[in-house]
Write a protein that binds this ligand. Sequence first.
Ligand code: DCS
Length: 478
Amino acid sequence: MALEYDLLNENVKKCQYAVRGELYLRASELQKEGKKIIFTNVGNPHALGQKPLTFPRQVVALCQAPFLLDDPNVGMIFPADAIARAKHYLSLTSGGLGAYSDSRGLPGVRKEVAEFIQRRDGYPSDPELIFLTDGASKGVMQILNCVIRGEGDGILVPVPQYPLYSATISLLGGSLVPYYLDESENWGLDVNNLRQSVAQARSQGISVRAMVIINPGNPTGQCLSEANLKEILRFCYNEKLVLLGDEVYQQNIYQDERPFISSKKVLMDMGSPFSKEVQLVSFHTVSKGYWGECGQRGGYFEMTNIPPRVVEEIYKVASIALSPNVSAQIFMGLMVSPPKPGDISYDQFARESKGILESLRRRAKIMTDGFNSCKNVVCNFTEGAMYSFPQIRLPPGALQAAKQAGKVPDVFYCLKLLEATGISTVPGSGFGQKEGVFHLRTTILPAEEEMPEIMDSFKKFNDEFMTQYDNGFGYSRM
Ligand code: DCS
């Protein structure tokens, strides 16, 4: 039989995805046994109680049930702008939500995405170079699939990183080339580190072909400055790398010093030869921001300076999957063209989205402050995205106990935390971290009113854990 474990594709067995790994599985078991679990392992806002925005759900509800549009009472339940939008999106499809669309997505929605990018960056965007996808994940996989020819091809990936990258690179049989973010510099990116990483990979015969940036960062939460993005783009130009700009958290910014700035804008601002030559693919999603519509699976990527023959090949491969989800494409259209001032639904939409973002900003602070008040825990402020990534300085006694239990030290700590408090996190080792340094990742998504209790419960567990294992012989450190 071909589907025997021993006969499986080795790349499938090798690939690891910690966000749904050992901790998540144990948490699911405990939940089945009746324990209350706080799932902070996945950036899945609606699963933690975030309410959907009203307007987009009204529009998609009408698109899903177009017969409601013929009901004489439709105007009593749905506002006129939602009705008009539903008719608009249905007119862009060739048979409603039940019909496949073009494999790149509906042309009308791709045009709306291009207009959004143009408004955001102040530079033209071509709908022909925008593909809609089932979440950003599928887009990332499509592009990596085109880049990676075998293990001789290297992809520069930040460490710590979101494991979509490491897992996909393993699955496709490529080589991950790590570059380390600097925790003591607020998880900044030092271009000298990049040079070293590339030189080292080349000395091992690896041809480095692409570089991933996650901005704002997951799990690290930092926002890249314009100056830093320029250095990165110049580096990609010199090294002939395609830059994969993962910008799914572009709406999730919790400070004012470094607002989000897209790689595309910085590249265009740099002018020729960079703006004409550096290859860039940027990714976005409906899963994050104040939308948090993870279950809808909507995303897009925009290609810059990618030759037409390559775009054709990417199109061909996308067409094997026929069509991205059509309802998700409509969510994407709505995300990039939300109600405007003066529209009937504008006030409610603005109130709902502002409420979510302001609460996330407060929660980012409560979490970081909470972690920093704990014994042997230090945590950079979450400038953006949806996560907190505290460093846990484990005493030697804990390292020894973990070894005896046959666990990686941070997995040991996170399992104990889960058993004691029900808080389900992801150990830092799932994202990559420097040797001998330990972290965990939590989302900042639990309901704001539950946050103080969760942080109290974390602190109680942590401080007892540290006292229990602290035998006075020093700590793991940065
Ligand atoms: N890129 C980054 C940096 C992400 O964090 C995620 C999801 C994605 C892409 C893919 O999202 P979609 O496919 O839904 O568009 N983040 C995961 C995480 O770390 N927790 O939850 C999901």
